[in-house]
Design a protein around this ligand. Sequence first.
Ligand SMILES: Nc1ncnc2c1ncn2[C@@H]1O[C@H](COP(=O)(O)OP(=O)(O)OP(=O)(O)O)[C@@H](O)[C@H]1O
Ligand SMILES: N[C@@H](CCO)C(=O)O
Length: 349
Amino acid sequence: MSMKTLCQTPAKLILTGEHAVLFGAPALSMAIDLPTRCYMDFSPYTSSLESSCLEIELSDFNEKQSYPLSVWQQRVIEIETRFALYEKQSLSIQSVLQQPVDLILLTFQQFHNAYRLNPGHWTVKIQSHQLTEKGLGSSASVIISLLQSLYSHHELNYSDIELLSMAQRVESHQHGSSSGLDPTTVLKGGLLRYQQGSPLQKLTSHPFHGWIIDTGSPESTTGQAVNQVHRDFNHQHPIWTEFKNVAQLIEQAWQDSNATELKEAIKQNQQLLERIGVVPPTVQRFIHTLNQSSESAAKICGAGSVTGEKAGIVLCISQHAPEALCQEYGYDYYPLKFSEKGSRCEMVL
Ligand SMILES: Nc1ncnc2c1ncn2[C@@H]1O[C@H](COP(=O)(O)OP(=O)(O)OP(=O)(O)O)[C@@H](O)[C@H]1O
Ligand SMILES: N[C@@H](CCO)C(=O)O
């Protein structure tokens, strides 16, 4: 019998810890109400897995194509070969996944390797919000929505740890290395304190007014930015202690609901991000203007960019939207909408 599911997964926004989380610092990250939707439809075959077919529609990229099992498996072999070359430093990270569909095929293959995909016709449609590839964790939302859909279709009991370790493995092919922060945030929802090697903590949400400001798609990918930071700053570099300290200030201010301290710490966090070279000059100027006022505090909230003038999404904590300045720079802005809910999957008729 055929079965249909819809999985809706929020986006993520990092309050503190982008880059630093990969060097052992704590991160505070929240799920936000910008859903990625994954529609999955399965019709079983009575014949063998070999005749299975995967039909993928990526609405945001205007792509729709069918992949017989042998074709997608060959394509994943090529992806894994490129990833192995990347790990030997013979290929750049942005050459590993060459097209958006590669991420989908790789996720299916990881699931298949672990659990063996049921034979049949699989149809997948993915639809995101308008702010993908701007630091809000779109690849993590795609991966989590796909994996959750696959677990549902196979009626498998799974632990979050199993699902997240698979997601982190897939995400490494996109980002070069992954702390697991993005997949964890979009799976669980809410506001999380995440630090590699420490237990995950859920923090209480507070009604701080925030805005997400779109400075445009970064010219470099997250993978490139992560790699450049790793090349320029080793694990022993003292700047990571400064990141840890500022994360502590932000966490304390958040827990105390202290807006003044929160804004001050966000400004310090932004200065550190500028020092690691991930904030382009135009975005630095924009943020400096906002940060001169005691009313507002802004920082980039994704990996930023190591080339060009755009840095993806900037978070601005302030009562009122920075309308005039956004207009001057030609940036769109939206109210920050927190999502207490994480990723969820339902059957559809
Ligand atoms: N709606 C979508 N449909 C298909 N693929 C998508 C979609 N959204 C994102 N992707 C895939 O994810 C990639 C972008 O992922 P990436 O995580 O680098 O970007 P991001 O949104 O800036 O998030 P991050 O905060 O992790 O940097 C795209 O190049 C594409 O392959
Ligand atoms: N979001 C990435 C680091 C770049 O900010 C990760 O947690 O792996």
